[in-house]
Design a protein around this ligand. Sequence first.
Ligand code: SF4
Ligand code: SF4
Length: 180
Amino acid sequence: MASEIRNPQLWQDGRLKIDWVRHHMPLLNSLEEEFRTTLPFKGLKVALSVHLEAKTAYLCEVLAAGGAEMYVTGSNPLSTQDDVAAALVHAGLNVFAWYDATPEEYEAHIIEKRCPAGVCKALMRYEIIADKCKGCTLCAKKCPVGAISGSIKTPHVIDAAKCIKCGACAAACRFGAVLQ
Ligand code: SF4
Ligand code: SF4
């Protein structure tokens, strides 16, 4: 996934800021060191919406050091620092934010598929836990795209290729059998 930032060439300025923060946050330093060894987030994708400046950028890097695949966006266009965003991208993180984004641009970074929130949706999976499913068929009746199959009183199954992740099945199930 390609990042969307204002100017990748600003990365060295951002790196100076993040490294300054790194020198002043001993607790995060120790976590970073530990995470590099233990990799507690290996295999996980982590999406953050934050005031994108040096302190939060360092937090993102600490999570990345722990093995997380990071997706970052701003939480306010006026607090996003373009050089810091560039430094994160240069370090291999995925960033979707720039300073002074228009409302439309900001919304796109937050909501559309290319943004971290969209990434969350892309990663989301609905599954039916066979042990919990009573085969009541409610979920299948509610599914707008016919993604759920199964006979009455037998465990139902969601076809991930058809599922549009609307959540109707989870809302309909009275037995907590739909896992999101
Ligand atoms: S609504 Fe729940 S219990 Fe009923 S078929 Fe669907 S997953 Fe199974
Ligand atoms: S999340 Fe929506 S589309 Fe996907 S299986 Fe459930 S009801 Fe169907």
